[in-house]
Unconditional design. Structure first.
Length: 311
């Protein structure tokens, strides 16, 4: 037993250091699913879940992640009406998923007329870490937990294009200036002043630097560190590559209104070519062979967990 004074001075969060939530598979509730056209998607879903569980069983036998419970769930959004928890993975359809959650919760009539700023800055949706510990545990145990992921290199290039190739009042002055200052030799005064024009190679140098001049960001953080898929048992694993069919199947699973379909529109920069395998290949050409390998190593767990083929 700890002395009374020591126990009183400790943060309650420290009691949950090293929390481990076993990734036991629970059958999905398919009560609401109508029609036989979902059979292939359902089969794929079961394979993804089994693959992740098998990976986590092997991985966790060697290493158990030490973290606080509240930190563990800090990226998870809550929708109480349909009892779902969504772990946000930026650049994998997250803006449109937040729109859908707003419709499911009754905050909006349609996903199609919710602005980007309303989605990301409106603070309409609650995160799981805003509940007390009982509320967190109850929802983790009772709600349907889902995640949507994307090929790590595609997600990385998509994030770079979005944040550094378009005007941005946050990423250029905060990240761009620091990146140019550290990694560009003989940078001109304008670039140092504005932080605009970061090159992909410079961005990768920042990403791989253990002494980064500015911290990580959720848009390029590993999914393994955003959503902790080996500590939280996700009931549904969607992929950006099959986004529309996965999303609409999931909406049936949770009993969403029949007229609610996952939005097809591109959230921003709609005239830009989508970040595809070929687009990624062009960006990777800017890197040395060693840098490409190190970038893959950086996302190694994400590749393994979600069964993506190495580039």
């Amino acid at each position: 037993r700890l002395p009374e004074q020591q126990r009183m001075s400790e943060s309650p969060l420290s009691w949950f250091r090293g929390v481990y939530l076993p990734p036991a598979l629970h059958p999905l509730n398919k009560t609401f699913v109508k029609g036989g056209e979902w059979q292939d998607i359902d089969s794929t879903q079961e394979k993804r879940r089994a693959f992740l569980q098998d990976f986590c069983r092997k991985y966790n036998s060697r290493k158990k992640l030490q973290t606080h419970l509240v930190h563990l769930v800090s990226r998870i959004y809550v929708e109480d009406r349909h009892k779902v928890l969504y772990c946000e993975v930026p650049k994998a359809g997250c803006s449109n998923w937040k729109r859908v959650l707003m419709v499911l919760s009754g905050l909006a009539a349609s996903a199609n007329n919710i602005s980007h700023d309303d989605v990301h800055y409106g603070k309409h949706l609650r995160k799981l870490d805003s509940y007390d510990l009982k509320g967190i545990y109850t929802r983790l145990n009772m709600y349907t937990k889902f995640i949507f992921v994307r090929d790590p290199m595609e997600r990385l290039v998509s994030a770079f294009r979005d944040k550094f190739e378009h005007p941005n009042s946050y990423y250029h002055p905060v990240f761009g200036k620091a990146i140019i200052k550290k990694y560009r030799h003989n940078a001109d005064e304008e670039a140092l002043k504005t932080g605009s024009g970061v090159k992909f190679k410079e961005f990768i140098q920042y990403l791989l630097d253990s002494h980064r001049p500015v911290g990580m960001d959720i848009h390029w953080e590993q999914v393994s560190k955003l959503c902790y898929p080996c500590l939280i048992n996700y009931d549904f694993i969607g992929k950006f590559e099959t986004l529309e069919e996965d999303a609409n199947y999931f909406l049936q699973l949770v009993g969403a209104p029949a007229d609610l379909k996952f939005p097809k529109f591109k959230d921003r920069h709609s005239s830009d070519e989508r970040t595809s395998t070929e687009v990624v290949r062009q960006y990777l050409k800017e890197l040395s062979k060693e840098e490409r390998q190190q970038t893959y190593d950086f996302y190694y767990l994400d590749y393994l967990m979600f069964n993506y083929t190495s580039p």
